[in-house]
Design a protein around this ligand. Sequence first.
Ligand SMILES: [Zn+2]
Length: 776
Amino acid sequence: MKNLLTGLVFFGLAAAPFATMAQSNTDQSKFKQLQQELPTPNTYRSASGAPGHQYWQQRADYNIKVELNDEKQSITGSETITYTNNSPDVLTYLWLQLDQNIYEPNSMANSTRTGELNQQMPLRAVEYMTREDFDGGFKIKSVKDKNGKPLKFTINNTMMRVDLPANLNPKQSFTFSIDWNHNINNQLTLGGRSGYEFFPGDGNYLYEMAQWFPRMAVYDDVNGWQHKQFLGSGEFALPFGDYKVSITVPADHIVGATGELQNASQVLTSTQQKRWAQAAKSDKPIVIVTQEEATKAEKNKAKGTKTWVYAAKNVRDFAWASSRKFIWDAMNVNVAGKNVLAMSYYPKEGNPLWGQYSTEAVAHTLEVYSKHTIDYPYPVAISVHGPVGGMEYPMISFNGYRPEPDGTYSDRTKYGLISVIIHEVGHNFFPMIINSDERQWTWMDEGLNTFMQYLAEQVWERNYPSRRGEPKNIVDYMKSAKNTQVPIMTNSESVLQFGNNAYGKPATALNVLRETVMGRELFDYAFKEYARRWAFKHPMPADFFRTMEDASGVDLDWFWRGWFYTTDHTDISIEGVKWYTIDSQNPEFVSAQKRAEQNKAPKTLSEQRNLTDIKKTRVELRPELNDFYNSYDELAVTAADQQRYQGFLKGLTPEQKKTLDSGLNFYEVGFKNLGGLVMPLIVKMTFEDGTEEVVNVPAEVWRYNNEEITKVFVTEKPVVNFELDPYLQTADTELSNNYFPRKLAPSRFEIFQQQQRNQSNPMQRQTTSQNNNAGR
Ligand SMILES: [Zn+2]
């Protein structure tokens, strides 16, 4: 096409004003490969993003005994850890995490908390500031080797170093034990990822226990020991291992935990065991402990204790929950031919919502995530309801959202519950199995998991109100002040606007990759490959970036650079459009066209007034003043014009003649990158006859000039308007400049009177009005 048109003349029909584009801009920085930014590949981590042929990781196996004191809300525990050094390095000390120490009054988390005071302060915030009252933190009673000989240990805030009596050489193991106790935080006043809730109505406690034992830190090929202090936001870096945990609790408590129950016959009644066996074969939730039974236990408060024994293989942590208030249900989920038990533990305060949705949401999560990542490898998956709003551990998660005491609930509560369960159960995949370093990179688990959560929500129900994932939902964050944003590639403890930065933006970025940049097929294959490669291993950001490219054959360096290493946003505008058709050079046609244009030219105000004001001009009054030029028609076609045209035609090939007569329209569209992110151009053209065409131009269109470009579109039918990103795929922050010609977009102002906003619980409104009617 391009060659064919050489020598033909374009005829500009309409030219919109836009500045001549600077063609000399050779800044290609946005498409520069990520060379300095990514670590050099090595034998542990390969350039393809896969684990290298000498990849290694440490292992920590635990045997723990713990007793819950329901009177004092504390635990006493002892653990034996067998640590195996698979690294090529000789170790002289080990580091453990003491996360409970965040509750010590002088902890770094407490002393570095910034804050402000206002005239009006929520009670909870004041309680937060006076939390020194709580005697929190690990009380380490002893650290001993396997012969009972004390080991030297040093506590540095939330980390503890244990000095080894002898070098721990590669391939060697070291077994040691720790005795400790600690008070349990009241989650409702002190916050935290675990803790207890007291129910004043029946005088019972519900415990969600996590970070409750000294845990091995990760030693790896990237950081050495990952012992960055726990300040509350950066979560955990933990090695895999097998756990055996004996949990002693009041005799009428029900305990849910990471792993499989080893002594059901000792802790469950025969009826409960029967129901449990039934649930293991059911594709619908079966209640193992009913609400009636739980309510009875709340009143009786049995004396004595029971010990629940759990075992878990190849997990990176262990959490549990305990209460006599627990209702317990379960169902079987078939994951690629393997049976998994989906279960929920919740107090009666969670019903009716929890009985209806929790276990179904657990099962749904396992099914959808397994399809996109790896088959869920563990035997159980659990959702527990208690004070913690949402927190994940291997096989078990703690989730909030509770209906009103009258059993009604808002749609926010309903979808909030389903979403948080999908999210926290989804964390089994990221980071419990694909075990990224949460202390360093929040986005690697939260971002990937929030993206998967979005996919799972959309399969739960049509038009599910997903909060994150759709590009349009991240627009407000993307255009927020740059000094309130940091790049996604920022350490977990320094992230600003945590939810948007570490959850929303990376989740959206992945959705944009899947729908717009790579397409579903290439993306899904590469994403699954990342999960497969790094399951039960420790991936780093570069491993993810490299795998996504390596498995798809798509150069994504520009995308990672823009979305993960900068705070740029998408704002592309259509600056102008020049419309050309081919000048046929047929003098009859050209002349007619010029005459039409002359007739269309607007009359000036003076011309309009003079037309009526001036009755006769001098020349009209005196015809003798007319000469040749008064009757000369400059647009009249002459014989010479015709001759020239015939000569031109004779020089053309048949193909060239066809092009000349094609009537094609040529549009030179000018685009400006105002937001900084280079993104694909999704251009919708609406034609004169009302039909439409959408063209997707890859982001590489910006590679010679990151700021402004022109692109030519050739169409048979004349275009009446151009629209950029019509299906909201790119999180473009300013839509008003996406149209040519510009479109008036009506904004609506809300007119309201000073009055209370509508209650957001229509279910309660309806029930109340029904009750009122019934009473009359
Ligand atoms: Zn999360």
